[in-house]
Design a protein around this ligand. Sequence first.
Ligand SMILES: [Zn+2]
Length: 223
Amino acid sequence: MSGKKNKPCPKTSKDSDLPWEEDTSMMHPQEKMVKLDTELEPWECCDAWETEAQYFNWIRGAMRKAWCRHPVKITYMHLHRFKAPLGKVTFKYPNGTPIWCTHCETCGKLFKESKTEVDHKCRAGGCKSWDEFNVWIKSLLHINLTSLAIICKPCHYIKSYAEQHDLTFEEAKIAKKAIAFMKQKTPQQFAWFAKHGWDVKDKRISNIPKRKAAYKQFLKDLK
Ligand SMILES: [Zn+2]
């Protein structure tokens, strides 16, 4: 009976034969357990993540999948959508096939349901550690019908930009328009200024930052 006690553990297929790796096959099971039980972090145990940041990126992605299928989110859309003739014009529906549509609660315009999203009214924030996880997951998933709003994709894009850069929605809208304006070639930018009464030799629009500032001011003055 006592002979069994000192018998080496049978070698498993998982044990490495590589000479530079420690051979654990001769270890007592308890000793082996201690070795596996050290304080290794998940990203230190496998090849899935190289850093803690990558690991939390994966955690956030996994939780966002739950948000995508959140029953309250789906219920909210079902309560706000209705059939409108925004589909294809056919012989049967000369004014457009009735399809599911909804209003964007930011700009008020009517969109096909597929062109909108249900979004949190308050930003869920970030989660880069377990210290931040509880607050973050609660704001992401512990929601009710008053926590949400339907938003079209263009408005969502501006809202996200505003949150990232700590701007108001209107400031972000102007900033995004200015970025698009400055992506045009220089002659096109000057053509726009000329069309709006500027002398193209005006020093106030002589370089990129000045033209961007002048264009942003034009948009602000429209309000
Ligand atoms: Zn909108």
